[in-house]
Ligand binder design. Structure first.
Ligand code: PMP
Length: 300
């Protein structure tokens, strides 16, 4: 495999040299924000939305990113070009930076800025054909009035506990409820259910990240003429749904075929799920920000 170049604090370094200080508050306190972005065949999907969410997350925690959105977008594009990627998962991290052992962020001189682009290890193909089993878990989603789930912060312990609990239950993904018992989202995905032709996804204010894949799926569903609504629902509604699926940058759109041991419908990905996945796969290679000039030939 060829060298992997990482953007770290103003320059490109090799993967082996891409290290940050143990005094970085991202490491010491989870003080920072991040994004997960995806490039399909040279097109960055919903790039501006990811950048906007990154800046909103940073603004919310009073972290000043020392680049304009355009400059930062260009850094990400340069990272992709440097690695000669056509398909990639991109992780952008902005931490509070190096400080002392106290948690006061005002002692951190400058944010640490990291862009990692990786050739994507996509979920196995079978997963999209068979769907996945999930469970609901004891850990609840952060309340929106505590650390808002809309902030894509480096503090993912809430989601990590959920992941641990799903493994304990013998599956790899879980549904998280909010403190009122409404289904909020998956550990790193948004959730949709389909019942009698109506598609529902929880409003983000109940405790979900406003997923960019979620928004894309809503747009596709509207375009297809589906009745799609933001609405709250409980575990019971999920158990008796006709179809259930999760969406996320990494997962794309994955059917859920069993929840807490209850088979969903006939236990196979349903027609709405399959249709939306097909439509999604169709737009990701066509839409988006082009990284390479259209007629240049690139390896990767
Ligand atoms: N919820 C959480 C908690 C996540 O981490 C993610 C992944 N970013 C999502 C939902 C899905 O969001 P997106 O479609 O923007 O990747």
């Amino acid at each position: 495999m060829s060298e992997q170049w990482i953007f770290l604090n103003g320059k490109f370094v090799r993967k082996e040299e891409a290290v940050v200080s143990v005094f970085d508050h991202g490491f010491l306190y989870g003080d920072g924000v991040f994004e997960g972005i995806r490039m399909y065949e040279g097109n960055i999907f919903r790039f501006d939305e990811h950048i906007a969410r990154l800046y909103e997350s940073a603004h919310s925690i009073m972290l000043n990113i020392p680049y304009t959105k355009e400059e930062f977008s260009d850094i990400i594009i340069q990272t992709l070009k440097k690695n000669n990627f056509q398909n990639a998962y991109i992780r952008v991290v902005v931490s509070r930076g190096v400080g002392d052992l106290g948690l006061d962020p005002y002692n951190c001189k400058a944010p640490s800025i990291i862009v990692i682009a990786e050739a994507l290890a996509i979920f196995p193909k079978e997963l999209y054909e068979t769907g996945i089993d999930v469970v609901t878990v004891p850990t609840r989603r952060n309340r929106s009035d505590v650390l808002s789930p809309k902030v894509k912060s480096l503090n993912y312990l809430n989601n990590i506990l959920v992941k641990i609990e799903s493994h304990i239950a013998g599956v790899s993904e879980a549904l998280i409820m909010n403190d009122e018992g409404y289904i909020a989202e998956g550990s790193a995905d948004n959730i949709f259910i389909v019942k009698n032709g109506v598609i529902k996804t929880p409003p983000s204010y109940i405790g979900a990240l406003e997923g960019i894949t979620r928004n894309a799926i809503i747009d596709l569903a509207v375009k297809k003429g589906y009745d799609i609504r933001e609405d709250v629902f409980t575990r019971h509604d999920v158990y008796v749904a006709d179809e259930v699926f999760l969406t996320g940058t990494a997962a794309e759109l994955v059917a859920v075929v069993k929840v807490d041991g209850r088979q969903i419908n006939d236990g196979r990905p349903g027609p709405v799920t399959n249709q939306l996945l097909t439509d999604f796969r169709d737009i990701v290679t066509k839409e988006g920000t082009k990284v390479y000039a259209q007629n240049s030939v690139q390896a990767g």
